[in-house]
Design a protein around this ligand. Sequence first.
Ligand SMILES: [Zn+2]
Length: 445
Amino acid sequence: MITLKPKILAQSVHASARRTARAPTVGQWLAVALFGISGAAAFGLVANTAPEIIPVRVIRLDLPRPAVSVVAAEAAGFWREDRVRRGDTIGSVLARLGVDDPVALLFLRTSPSARPLYQLRPGKPLTVETDDDGRLINLRFVTGDNERLAIRRDGDGFTAETAAAPANIQLKMAVGEIRSSLFAAADAAGLPDAVTLQMADVFAGDIDFYQDLRRGDRFAVVYEMRYVDGEPIGAGRIVAAEFENRGRTIRAFLWRGEDGGENYYAQDGAPLRKAFLRSPMEFSRVTSGFSNARFHPILQDWRAHKGVDYAAPTGTPVRATGNAKVTFAGKQNGYGNVIELRHQGAFSTLYAHLSRIAPQVRSGARVAQGDVIGYVGQTGWATGPHLHYEFRLGSEQRDPLTVALPSGEPLAPAHRLAFAERAAPAALQLVLARQLSSAQLASSE
Ligand SMILES: [Zn+2]
């Protein structure tokens, strides 16, 4: 029986290799190409403390090695894996895996230690080892809490233990073009929402995602995806990203400091994070979507108006565009509920017509960039729910969309060289992603 086991494994490896060789899709080529350069590329951006990263295409199931001793070899059996299907019960999965073992089934159904097995989400892999009579020897399952449940035959009974399942990090790429909204483009590219929001955050100093996006804008992103036993459990950080907005291309690269701090910089080390966010509107699925007439920003003549109006549903969160001290929070004539913030360097910002001011925002309080300070409304002289936003230098109102905003901290000089060395291959990945996506588009036409 022990001779069967390597044979089964060898066959499965062989079969998947053949499949890959026969029908290479663009996605596979992309992954292969990534594998080729990634060792020095995006991985290089990650400091020593980073979790282990394995190449994109290698998916393997860790099976215990057959024991060397004859006694153990006799105990070794067949390993099989299947994924939970909709409507499955423990019994139906095990039957499919060739388990014919009423004693084991009773244990799995009644033992509190096997309880994590009840979370049979469709798609979750379940691995079993049986002897040639179908008796259960081992069972492995990753629970909903990303713990690994291991059940093992122990004499006439069974033991169960759970341990944290180690996550592997793989790099993924996505490329998109804006046709209606950023989220629609992200959905089409298969980008998780968490990564889309991260991208909006990474570029928040340069792009007002609420009103700067245009049809034809494009993005490419390389990001981490965390896997446990081949199953995606969530997105990690964006490693590199590129956004082409109204003909201007901005690139961002992750730098992880030895202290664990994470920041994004342009390829030359200039900071992506600015002293001010481009937009006071918190970006979300609701506020995304310039094609949706209801959420169209009201653009008024700047000189006459002295501010920018953002039409948005009442209750939409409004954020501080920079670190500041609150100089006013309350009612003021036509402004209605209004907040005034004083920032460094004689800059100040004003947020008017709010339905509500966040409770911690009181005169004299400090707020940080990105903090939600209030909510869109139509208090004061407003014909509909919208945020009126002003950006001033000294006593002069400026157009926040065109004023040259001061930058955040640049990368420390000591890290410049290492960063440049790591950003170069990551930039290549972005180029590669774009080329492969246009190749894919061309071949699908
Ligand atoms: Zn206004």
